[in-house]
Write a protein that binds this ligand. Structure first.
Ligand SMILES: CC(C)(COP(=O)(O)OP(=O)(O)OC[C@H]1O[C@@H](n2cnc3c(N)ncnc32)[C@H](O)[C@@H]1OP(=O)(O)O)[C@@H](O)C(=O)NCCC(=O)NCCS
Length: 219
């Protein structure tokens, strides 16, 4: 297994609870191809674009520390970004409106990405949160800030029932973000990994927050 940026299968056309996600997304309802952005205090989250983001993705994934728990440190080949990842991400915007992967910028500089996605073989109403940031911006609260914005969107206009996130058990940074934004440990699981990470026993962990838990946190 490899935690990837690849898009889910094309089968996911219906949103949570079997409703059309298109109807829940006011801007998309008027202009289906509009570039959706999310703004937080410091972050701008925008749709990825093949023109500028191939270089950004290749650069981000070329840092072995960034990729430590994603590929065992191996970079993602440019050809894979160009031919597989970018087209899949762009198609995902059309297939699951309101969901997908956003490039993250701070003061106009690319700093990584966040995602909120509908995955196949998951219960209806589940959306997966993810993030990957450049090492230069770690430990400044950006993952927390972006994740909170996406969780608010998930339980707001997107109407999801549950937000979950997965990582390797040893990825303490990612687990700390999950806990900080209100997700709770649900389970650990074992997958076949293509690469060894010593000390982790190859285990993955899932954290999640339900709508009821989210609303309770909001008071
Ligand atoms: C995981 C990652 C997104 C965290 O981003 P970040 O912007 O540094 O996280 P934040 O600054 O919002 O930190 C949130 C909390 O996690 C803690 N934290 C972050 N990284 C940590 C680490 N490596 N070890 C321990 N705690 C960590 C922070 O201290 C903070 O808690 P606190 O406020 O109580 O101190 C970033 O390290 C990253 O991109 N890693 C590589 C890609 C990756 O592994 N993605 C997740 C794959 S599932």
């Amino acid at each position: 297994m490899r935690w990837s940026t690849r898009s889910p299968a094309p089968s996911t056309r219906r949103g949570p609870a079997g409703k059309s996600t298109r109807a829940k997304w006011p801007v998309v309802g008027i202009l289906p191809r509009v570039v959706i952005t999310v703004r937080t205090e410091r972050l701008v989250l925008r749709r990825v674009s093949a023109d500028v983001d191939v270089d950004n993705f290749v650069d981000l994934d070329s840092d072995p520390e960034v990729m430590r728990y994603l590929s065992g440190g191996a970079p993602t080949p440019r050809e894979e970004v160009e031919r597989e990842i970018m087209p899949a991400l762009i198609a995902e915007y059309e297939r699951t409106p309101g969901f997908g992967l956003w490039a993250a910028e701070v003061d106009g500089e690319y700093v990584g990405w966040f995602c909120l996605r509908i995955r196949r073989n998951r219960p209806a109403g589940d959306a997966e949160l993810g993030y990957r940031l450049k090492r230069a911006v770690w430990r400044r609260g950006l993952a927390t800030e972006g994740s909170r914005a996406l969780i608010a969107r998930a339980f707001g206009e997107l109407g999801v029932a549950r937000v979950y996130a997965e990582t390797m058990a040893g990825n303490v940074g990612s687990r700390a973000v999950m806990a900080k934004v209100g997700l709770r440990f649900v389970r650990s699981f074992h997958e076949k990994f293509d690469w060894p990470v010593p000390g982790t026993e190859h285990a993955g962990v899932e954290y999640a927050i339900t709508r009821a838990e989210y609303e309770a946190l909001q008071g």
